[in-house]
Design a protein around this ligand. Structure first.
Ligand SMILES: NC(=O)c1ccc[n+]([C@@H]2O[C@H](COP(=O)([O-])OP(=O)(O)OC[C@H]3O[C@@H](n4cnc5c(N)ncnc54)[C@H](O)[C@@H]3O)[C@@H](O)[C@H]2O)c1
Length: 359
């Protein structure tokens, strides 16, 4: 069967977009066509256009009006996502948009509802769950080797200088949870299912940043499982696992432990095995970023496959509201010193509506 070509326009050609651009180029063999790029910064637009050999734009409306696109991949910061999504929705063009979907819950819901109303395919580029090591963990859970998972710790703890490539972190109003905690919370959902309530303690350990750089969260999942979800940019550790997420999951028949270097130990019914669950470097990835870059590639590959088959992405806009609700609930839990039930968005038959659970 012939491969369905999917023409993608990348909007935003900054730091992280370089990974998306490489991913789409590599996915040409599978039918992805990097059709054009766009950045309001003319230098970045031109550099990306020349490097990847495609037309470049400084205005997303012009990109959408000129190019025949099947989808846009929005890799700008969260405060621009809603306006850019609305442009694509007005043109009926599928959307992949980086996390966090928007700066606040109401904007997230507005994007999801507008896309649903217009019948526009929408996915959030939530990529940690697509990292090869995390897929291996999920494979072991699904195999039943550890029985029913009932406790987990999912952690992203580093002292790597993330401010070097993302200096805007200093001024964010919400930092650790909104930037990286969102990925780790999504993993907790991916491994243990939906969340009933969440507690959270935040810390600002680096006096140069405006918001929290450390968060320790406690989740009660609907299955009855409990997880501890941690993230910090202020750990002083040797080895520093950046940018790996470390995982410990206990079930009634065994456990999964992922150590730095993507080494997974699985104990099942009293027998322990060890496996390297990392993946080889791609032509355009390098350490220490490889795990994150590879996750972006695997996410793009998943989105391409879903677009070609005309099915929703695993991290559709609707799905990602559940992860975003955890982010919001964590901030509220930290501010109010109590466990919070995450907000829920419900799609009613006929009309769409948002329902917030009363506390
Ligand atoms: N692991 C991950 O998945 C990961 C890692 C890093 C960043 N991110 C996410 O990627 C997004 C971008 O982050 P970044 O660090 O690359 O930011 P960045 O500031 O380096 O790049 C953003 C780019 O968007 C451009 N831009 C802004 N408004 C625009 C508009 N209206 N039209 C076109 N271009 C516009 C800017 O000029 C800039 O070049 C954020 O949402 C961030 O959270 C994800």
């Amino acid at each position: 069967m012939a491969t369905v070509a999917i023409r993608i326009g990348v909007i935003g050609c900054g730091f992280y977009a370089q990974n998306h651009l490489h991913a789409w180029k590599e996915l040409a063999a599978d039918g992805a066509v990097l059709a054009a790029v766009c950045d309001v910064d003319p230098g970045k637009a031109e550099a990306a256009g020349r490097t990847f050999g495609v037309p470049f734009y400084t205005d997303a409306a012009a990109l959408l009006a000129t190019e025949r696109l099947d989808g846009v991949d929005i890799v700008t910061r969260h405060d621009t996502h809603r306006a850019l999504c609305e442009l694509a929705i007005a043109r009926g063009v599928a959307i992949i948009v980086q996390k966090p979907l928007a700066p606040n819950w109401d904007d997230c819901v507005a994007i999801v509802e507008a896309a649903a109303k217009a019948g526009v395919w929408l996915a959030v580029h939530e990529n940690f769950r697509f990292q090869t090591p995390m897929r291996h963990v999920r494979r072991v859970i699904d195999s039943g080797a550890i029985g029913t998972p009932n406790w987990a710790r999912v952690t992203f703890r580093t002292g790597f200088d993330v401010y070097l490539t993302q200096p805007y972190f200093y001024d964010e109003e919400r930092l650790a949870i909104a930037d990286v905690g969102i990925h780790v919370l999504d993993l907790a959902r991916f491994f243990l299912g939906e969340v009933e309530r969440i507690s959270c303690e935040t810390q600002r350990r680096n006096p140069k940043v405006r918001a929290e750089d450390t968060a320790t969260m406690l989740l009660r999942h609907r299955s009855g499982a409990v997880s501890v979800v941690e993230c910090t940019y202020e750990a002083r550790r040797d080895p520093d696992p950046f940018p790996e997420t470390l995982v410990e999951i206990e079930g009634d028949k065994g456990s999964i432990i992922v150590r730095p270097g993507s080494i997974m130990r699985v104990t099942s019914n009293g027998t322990t095995t060890e496996e390297d669950i990392g993946s080889p470097l791609r032509s355009w990835t390098s350490n220490p970023w490889h795990v994150a870059q590879e996750g972006a590639f695997m996410a793009c590959r998943h989105f391409l496959d879903c677009l070609q088959r005309g099915v929703p992405a695993e991290t559709s806009g609707k799905d990602n509201l559940k992860t975003y609700a955890l982010v919001d609930a964590a901030y509220r839990a930290a501010a109010e010193h109590r466990a919070i039930i995450p907000a829920q968005w419900k799609e009613n038959t006929g009309a769409l509506s948002m329902e917030r659970w009363a506390q």
